[in-house]
Design a protein around this ligand. Sequence first.
Ligand code: ADP
Ligand code: MG
Length: 326
Amino acid sequence: MAGTEFEIIQRYFTRKQPGRVDVIAGIGDDAALLRVPAGMDLVACIDTLVAGVHFPQQTSAAAIGHKALAVNLSDLAAMGAEPAWATLSLTLPDNAPSWLEDFAQGFFSLAERHRVQLVGGDTTRGPLVVTVQAHGFVPAGRALRRQGAQPGDRIYVTGTLGDAGLALQLQETAASVLRSRLDFPEPRVDAGLLLPGLASAAIDISDGLLADLGHLLEADDLGAVIEVDAVPRSDAFLASAGPGEAGKPSRFYELPLSAGDDYELCFTVPEQHCAAVEHRLATLPCGCRAIGVVEARPGIRCQRADGEDYLPAGSGYQHFAEDGHG
Ligand code: ADP
Ligand code: MG
């Protein structure tokens, strides 16, 4: 180890942070002492990243630090919550100071941008495992849920889909824009904050659009039609993935539908709020795009621009069984 557990905490994780008035005591006591602002609900989530399972072994320390926090902020975003606090459980083999330095840099630069304060954690020795817990606030009773969509609601996604999946496929040959979508996903916190009161349901896309939209729809026994050509794809994706071929599964169709790791938001909006949502999200770099409509009939049906059905070949296939639960 680069030092004792105490030295590691002191050197890398006890730094000047955005002092939040809702943190009464952060790192350094037996536990963090925190105050939820009046009128707010507390939203809590946790995610563990295991080397070789959740990220390739050769992933940079900065990317691991960023991603461990980003995946949690993405969950908060999907609830419409404003991030506030994080705790970090770090299991390290015997890492070099440079690794810890880079990890902390990746973690804290994202934390600072979202005014998230690291308020505690745990540090142990073992195979590399990073667990981050994040907490945020949402005005009482206003959190976005997976539940709540209605037939006729429009389905939207933020940003672009398929970039991270393509980076994983292309490995070293992936364009740097695609690579950074995989290593440094940008949690859509700002988008999530604009949605309470307008969106009827929301989820973040960590396992692929069809799988995660499937969870949202299953919460109410609903289905959907997705316009597969309307799913937003980045210029970098289009340049590397090649065009879609009629009647054939291809990267062009499969990755945006079924690949994970993009951490965009997918949400449903009743017709009367669609204009407001589009107007609000147009002010953000990620924007949003309508890609389909919720239906009463369970299951997700994919349709191409020429009106033909598209039958996805990807891993989310079981979600398209006729009964919607297959
Ligand atoms: P205890 O033995 O009481 O659990 P520790 O020695 O584990 O205390 O931790 C001391 C302090 O350092 C605590 O406030 C704890 O939350 C914090 N801490 C430990 N590891 C980390 C970490 N990786 N990141 C942030 N804070 C940490
Ligand atoms: Mg401890």
